[in-house]
Design a protein around this ligand. Structure first.
Ligand code: ATP
Ligand code: MG
Length: 172
């Protein structure tokens, strides 16, 4: 389906407004003057991805910090990155954070709730979109998660969800 990921992001910002204001974190999209950003993605799944990444950035970033969702367009793709200016993720944990139930700082993560499933789901969904998620993190500078999606042409019709014949065959 063709979705405006910028608008989706702003929607998620307002859903997370309370969580963000509790930690006095400001939420921004960049560039600020951009209009819509059209990409091809599954609406519900991509909402889950953005919600997980932005929620993590708020929860594990700095108090009084900022979370920026940045869009950068090339001819055929849009790169989406979610950045915080928090404490970062130590190098030795970086390749494990996408595992189910993996949490970096057990005690600190515990007091912030959650199960450790968020990033495993994010990775699964991103891979199902035939793309990859990357993470870059620097101690005390922050963490950036990024991935690319196929651009949707402005005149491309929103696709209808087509039932998967393989699935219904299994169920019946
Ligand atoms: P859930 O998402 O299921 O509520 P969770 O947030 O702990 O729980 P993940 O989203 O998979 O689980 O994240 C795994 C761990 O990676 C977190 O517990 C946290 O330690 C670390 N982490 C994730 N995002 C960041 C970030 N932006 N900065 C620092 N650490 C992070
Ligand atoms: Mg999470």
């Amino acid at each position: 389906t063709r979705i405006d990921i910028r608008r989706m992001t702003i929607n998620i910002f307002s859903r997370l407004e309370n969580v963000a204001s509790q930690r006095n974190v400001s939420l921004r999209v960049k560039p600020e003057d951009l209009d819509a950003v059209w990409v091809m993605a599954d609406q519900d799944r991509m909402e889950q991805v953005m919600l997980n990444l932005i929620e993590n950035a708020i929860k594990y970033g700095n108090e009084n910090g900022k979370v920026i969702v940045h869009f950068s367009e090339t001819k055929k793709h849009v790169e989406i990155s979610v950045r915080d200016n928090g404490p970062g993720i130590p190098q030795e944990h970086l390749n494990r954070i996408f595992e189910r139930f993996y949490r970096v700082d057990k005690s600190r993560s515990k007091e912030r709730g959650g199960t450790g499933l968020g990033l495993a789901i994010v990775k699964h969904i991103i891979n199902a979109h035939d793309t990859k998620i990357a993470v870059l993190s620097k101690p005390d500078k922050g963490t950036t998660f990024s991935f690319k999606l196929e651009k949707a042409l402005i005149d491309q019709q929103p696709e209808k969800e087509t039932p998967d014949p393989a699935k219904s065959a299994v169920n019946s």
